[in-house]
Design a protein around this ligand. Sequence first.
Ligand code: TMP
Ligand code: ASP
Length: 240
Amino acid sequence: MTYDKSELLYEGKAKKIFSVQGDDQVIWQEFKDSFTAFNGEKKATMAGKGVINQKIASLIFFFFSDQGIPSHWVKDQGEDSMVTKKLSMIDLEVVVRNILAGSTAKKFNILEGTALGEPLVEFYYKKDELGDPFISDDQALMLKVVRAPEDLLTLKKLALQVNQVLKKLFHQAQIDLVDFKLEFGYDREGNILLGDEISPDSCRLWDQQTKEKMDKDRFRRDLGQVLEKYQEVLDRLTNQ
Ligand code: TMP
Ligand code: ASP
């Protein structure tokens, strides 16, 4: 099956979305070289970032297809793009934490790096203009972000399943999976599939030995060597 990129439908912070010639069931996602943080307040462009993230995301989606985790990934296109199933996206960011860091560590004044006995699943309402606030299950139902109440349970179940598989994959690459963010959507049949991407943009990844950060916190916190560490994540995942 070959696909041809057609018109630009939407430009997000990290990807451009195009329609595909003659097929309205799929879209073409092009990974950009841009970095944004703090709801787009901080911005930068680094040549080669899109290619690295596409390769990491694709490797992970490919691995997931083998592990029975349903995702939107269909086929890679060149080095910086992929064709994915068109989903009706759910306005939630589903965050899973294995080690406390970032906003939840700050919110409860708990030391970053505190290991959690059980993974923690949190929902955030995906609305830029509100700053993606934390949302309870009942608030999500009030706002009708999912089609049926049981869909929230499905999201949690899938998120924990992703965590199991992803933790193992990164562990083999000598990387601790601290936390990550997922986005899901409904396909045409109403199934819930994993969408968006998984990359160092959407995860916290720490070197297992040194605990050095290998993810977007390097950009958020001005730690330098941003792309070098993204590349190292890709190299470690590729060479295991
Ligand atoms: P947080 O600690 O800032 O809530 O972030 C939790 C995880 O979600 C972390 O791995 C980074 C990721 N994340 C995104 O992918 N996009 C976002 O907009 C935010 C705020 C976090
Ligand atoms: N994804 C958000 C942004 O691009 C926030 C973040 O990742 O820190 O602005």
